[in-house]
Every structure is written in C-alpha cells, then in structure tokens.
Design a protein around this ligand. Structure first.
Ligand SMILES: Cc1cc2nc3c(=O)[nH]c(=O)nc-3n(C[C@H](O)[C@H](O)[C@H](O)COP(=O)(O)OP(=O)(O)OC[C@H]3O[C@@H](n4cnc5c(N)ncnc54)[C@H](O)[C@@H]3O)c2cc1C
Ligand SMILES: Cc1cc2nc3c(=O)[nH]c(=O)nc-3n(C[C@H](O)[C@H](O)[C@H](O)COP(=O)(O)O)c2cc1C
Length: 525
C-alpha cells in the first residue's frame, strides 16, 4: 500500500479535514462576509483537530507522558492484571509517587528506552502467550535491540500453576529485559491465582519503590498468635544497628515450614504511643469493646494519624473503623521446623526521624517476652533448597544469615553435609554471629568451607563478592558438581554486587541457565 500523502498522515487528520470541507461548503452557500467565513472556517478546523487530538491522546497515553514519570504497564486479558496495576498506582500515589497505568501495547520501545523506572503487571494467556494487549509489544521487544541500561524495572507476573507454562510471559519479559541490560529492582514475583500472601509481598516491594511503608494491605493476613520466648542481642558494641535473635513458639506443636520460607508478622504500636494518642482525644485506653479487647489493644494494630477529624460523639467502634490497619512486615525464618522453634534474626531499623521502624521496633523493643506476636508463615518456593543432596553455596551478609542458617539446619537434619558459606559482616570482634555453631559445623564437615569478609577490619573494604572473586576457580568446580547458589540478605549493596560478580565470573548465559534451572535462588530485601 502507498503511504498517505504528508498532508493526510493519519486517519485522525482525515475526519477534521472532511468536516472542514463540509463547513466550507455551508459557508459558500450562505455567503457571509469573506473575513467572517475565513474566521469560522479556521475556528471549525481548529476545534475539530483539538477533538481528535484528545481522542488520539486517550488512545496513546505513552506518547504524551513526561519522560521522568513512573509507568505501570499492564498486560491483561481478563482484567485482573489491569486492576492490580491500578491498585499499585493508587498505593504509590498515596505515598506521593505519581504513576501512570497503560496497556503494554501502548508503550513504545522509544518510550521504554527513555524511561528510568517501569513496573510491569502482566498475566499469561493461551499456552504461555502474552495477552492481546501486550502481544505487539512483545514482538517489537524481541525484534529490536533497544539499549535499556538506564531502565530499572519490577515485574508482577500473574498466572496459574495448573498451566504447564506457568507465568511464561512474565518470565520471557524478565529474561528479555535482563538481556537488554535493564536492571531488575527485585526478582520476578510470580502470583499464582491471586495468592493473597504474594500480593502482600508485592505491596512490600511497592513500599520500597515509594520509600513509604505506611500502606494498607489489600488483603490482610490471617495471623496466628505465637509466643515470643527469647530475644538475644547478638552484636552489642557493633558499629552497625543492633541485631536480635528471636525464638517463638507456635500455637500448636504441628507448625511446619521449609527452609527459605518467610514469616509475615502483624506489628503493633508501642503501648505508650497508643495511650498518649487516646488521651490526647480524651479517651480511655481501658474502654472495653464488644469483642472483649480494650480500646487500647485494638488501636495498637491501627495506624495512628497525627491529626484526626472525628466527631465528638463518635463511639469507640466508629473511631476504630475510621483508622487503617497497620501493614505487615516480612522476615526470613532462621531455623528448620525440625528444631521445633521458629527463630528470626531481626535488625533494628530506624526511620529518618530516629524512631524505631514499625516491624523491627515491635519485635526488637516493644513486644514483651512471653507475650503474643501475630504471625503467619508464607511458603516461599523461590528460595527453597534443591530436592537433591546437591551441595549448597550459601552467600549473604548481616541479617541474611537467617535464611542461610535455616538451610544449613535443614540439611543437617536431612544428614546432607558438605556446604560452603561465604558471609559478610562488619568487624570480627563484634559481629561474629553464630560463630560457635559455624565453627562446630566446620569441624564436623557439615560446612566444607567457610569464608568470611569483615568489611571494616582493614583499610580497604572487603565484601562477600570479593570472596567470590578470589575463589572463582573453586566456585566453578563446585558448580560443576551441581552445587546450588543461595543468596540471602540486603538487595542494595550485597545482592546486586554478588549478582554482578557472578555475572562477570560465570557469564550471563550461564547465570541465566542456573537461574532458570533453580540453581541460583535469592531471598533479597
Ligand atoms: C522477603 C523479606 C525477608 C526479610 N527478612 C528479614 C530478616 O530476616 N531480618 C531483617 O531484619 N529484616 C528482614 N526483612 C526486612 C523487614 O521486612 C523490614 O523491612 C525491616 O525490618 C524494616 O521494617 P520496619 O517496619 O522496622 O521499618 P519501617 O521504617 O517501619 O518500614 C520499612 C519498610 O519501609 C519500606 N522502605 C522505605 N524505604 C526503604 C528503604 N530505603 N529501604 C528499605 N525499605 C524501605 C519498605 O517497604 C520496608 O518494608 C525482610 C524483608 C523481606 C521483603
Ligand atoms: C484461556 C486461559 C489460558 C491461560 N493460560 C495460562 C498459562 O499458560 N500460564 C499461566 O501461568 N496462566 C495461564 N492462565 C491464567 C491467567 O494468567 C490468570 O488467570 C491471570 O490472573 C489472568 O489475568 P488477566 O485477567 O489480567 O488476564 C490462563 C487463563 C486462561 C483463562
């Protein structure tokens, strides 16, 4: 087909032109003064152009959004991904981060290339295919090679694990973006049939992106009451923030989990804060409620705004209903269920104004020993160990010891020795967490090798990725013996640097192959 003449580039130009011709015809017939005709004709054409430009803009938001704006691109056949994209946009907007939703087909490669952060919420259709409103985008992304080194992205992949090609489109998108040098903000999150716990995890990730942790869980967890039995400060005198080792007992003896699993906890406000807040409104924390709780107890699970517009005659129940529940927090389990105790390793986090973080403050400072913790176990298959007795190469730093220790304890219970731990902390004098246990494992052969980087013990900073670099030949030899890489701890700093080092040492294709065969697994936060 011949291209349209330059004066008729799109069909949208065609209709205003026709309408203007009609108007011109009408004017000729009526024969008003020539100046008035020209003015009316011009205004008519302009008005119609404006009308069609607006229609065009609504259909192609991509072309008109400012380059710095956060985009949320969805691929949705039945509407679920689109709805989650919209909910994600609302959470980010509530945190003061404006974002724009658009269907993936509306996102041009040029716009993608100019973007610094894009969130993808994508479902899979047919047999592992992209939904209709994303298929053209996928074809273009595969056919061309846009340079995406400046792009950071996160993907929520919707799917159903009953299908053979589970979340296949999300996985393909992830792997293509990585190949084009785009930087994942988090590992791909797979949402199996809308699992509420995965949605809560996604909300945590949005919290990281917006820097605001006070979101409201879309589907709050059904917690169980666990008892806090022990809390030990592991690193007194450390130059880093305090690290605590917590032990909890479940409501029944049958509580089970796998190494790699996560707990979601329901934090509570410190009692002093709740009491002061209620007193400031002239209310008594001891006021009994219909469900047997006191007003103070019920409010400890709610967000307490600095100012509250409340009618003087509002009842305690109305007050409660007007306050949003607190969001959950997640922690890697640090023990094996064979130990009988659920253990956590929690770093005390401080917010910008110096007050303790919501979750870590509750667990490390305010929750009473012997008291109850709202807790729920979330299965995390992405960080489960291999089903074989393959050796593990465990890499991490700081509170990342939690997830790695759970794997070592689980393998000990299974009678599968011979693993390699590469671990980073600050100073040998203050931060040798679990040193006795690690030395005993080294002596017994449960650990075949232990490498630790104490970053601040010498002038030149040494981190866990440097340990990997120095042991590159050994690393390749272990991988040749089917070893499985497990990385746990902070994403910024440790997780990204380790990934970059592995990339350099093993090559992108090899690392991708390890990832897709489940031999490179990560629990990063
Ligand atoms: C899968 C997973 C496993 C985890 N395991 C552990 C663990 O074993 N031990 C441990 O100590 N912690 C762990 N964390 C971190 C933990 O969930 C909390 O984020 C941390 O305790 C701080 O939360 P807070 O409520 O005390 O602080 P708050 O300040 O109340 O909230 C912190 C929250 O704010 C958001 N946020 C805002 N800005 C940032 C930022 N710059 N960096 C990070 N988050 C930001 C995040 O959503 C974060 O959850 C894990 C997180 C995840 C997602
Ligand atoms: C006809 C059909 C085919 C599907 N094929 C797959 C598939 O191959 N892999 C997968 O993980 N999920 C598959 N799903 C599940 C959808 O991805 C899942 O239901 C998703 O939540 C739908 O989101 P949407 O409403 O945004 O399209 C399929 C669903 C339907 C109805």
């Amino acid at each position: 087909m011949n291209p349209p003449p330059p004066w008729l580039r799109t069909t949208n130009d065609f209709w205003p032109l026709c309408a203007s011709l009609l108007l011109a015809g009408g004017l000729l017939w009526l024969q008003p003064a020539r100046e008035i005709s020209a003015l009316l004709l011009g205004l008519g054409y302009l008005g119609l152009c404006l009308h069609y430009w607006r229609q065009h803009r609504a259909a192609n938001p991509d072309a008109h959004t400012p380059p710095g704006e956060l985009l949320i691109a969805y691929a949705s056949q039945g509407g679920q991904a689109q709805q989650l994209a919209e909910q994600s946009r609302a959470q980010l907007a509530a945190a003061g981060l404006p974002a724009r939703c658009l269907a993936l087909n509306q996102l041009s490669l040029e716009r993608l290339r100019q973007s610094t952060r894009v969130i993808f919420v994508v479902s899979t259709y047919g047999e592992g295919e992209a939904p209709d409103n994303a298929a053209r985008f996928e074809r273009q992304l595969l056919a061309r090679q846009p340079a995406l080194a400046d792009l950071q992205y996160a993907i929520l992949a919707l799917g159903d694990s009953h299908y053979r090609q589970f979340c296949a489109f999300g996985k393909r998108l992830d792997s293509r973006l990585r190949a084009l040098q785009a930087q994942p903000l988090f590992d791909l999150l797979q949402l199996d049939r809308g699992a509420p716990a995965s949605l809560r995890h996604w909300q945590q990730q949005l919290g990281h992106i917006s820097g605001d942790s006070a979101f409201v869980d879309w589907q709050p967890a059904h917690y169980q009451p666990w008892q806090l039995q022990r809390r030990a400060h592991l690193n007194p005198g450390s130059s880093g923030a305090p690290l605590y080792h917590l032990s909890l007992r479940g409501p029944t003896a049958e509580m089970r989990w796998q190494a790699g699993d996560i707990v979601e906890i329901g934090p509570r406000q410190p009692p002093q804060r709740v009491n002061a807040w209620l007193h400031s409104y002239g209310l008594d924390p001891a006021t009994p409620l219909a469900d047997g709780q006191t007003l103070g107890e019920a409010l400890s699970r709610r967000q307490l705004p600095d100012t509250l517009a409340m009618a003087a005659e509002a009842s305690p129940a109305q007050l409660l209903a007007s306050l949003a529940p607190l969001p959950h927090r997640e922690y890697s389990i640090a023990s094996s269920s064979a130990c009988g105790q659920l253990e956590l390793l929690v770093r005390q986090h401080y917010q910008a104004e110096g007050q303790p973080g919501l979750g870590s403050g509750w667990l490390c400072q305010y929750a009473a020993l012997g008291g109850s913790i709202d807790l729920r176990i979330r299965s995390n298959p992405a960080f489960h160990g291999p089903t074989t007795a393959a050796p593990l190469i465990l890499i991490g730093s700081g509170s990342g010891m939690a997830g790695l220790r759970a794997h070592l304890l689980e393998r000990q219970h299974l009678g599968q020795p011979g693993h390699w731990l590469l671990f980073g902390e600050r100073n040998a004098a203050r931060d040798r967490c679990f040193d006795d246990q690690l030395q005993a494992w080294l002596a017994s052969g449960h650990l075949a090798r232990l490498d630790r980087a104490f970053s601040r013990d010498q002038e030149q900073r040494v981190y866990v990725q440097h340990l990997l670099r120095d042991a590159a030949d050994e690393l390749r030899a272990w991988l040749a013996r089917d070893a499985c890489l497990l990385v746990c701890g902070s994403l910024e700093g440790m997780g990204r640097e380790v990934d970059a080092m592995l990339h350099g040492l093993l090559g992108r294709d090899n690392l991708d192959a390890l990832r897709s065969s489940g031999r490179y697994r990560r629990d990063l936060y």
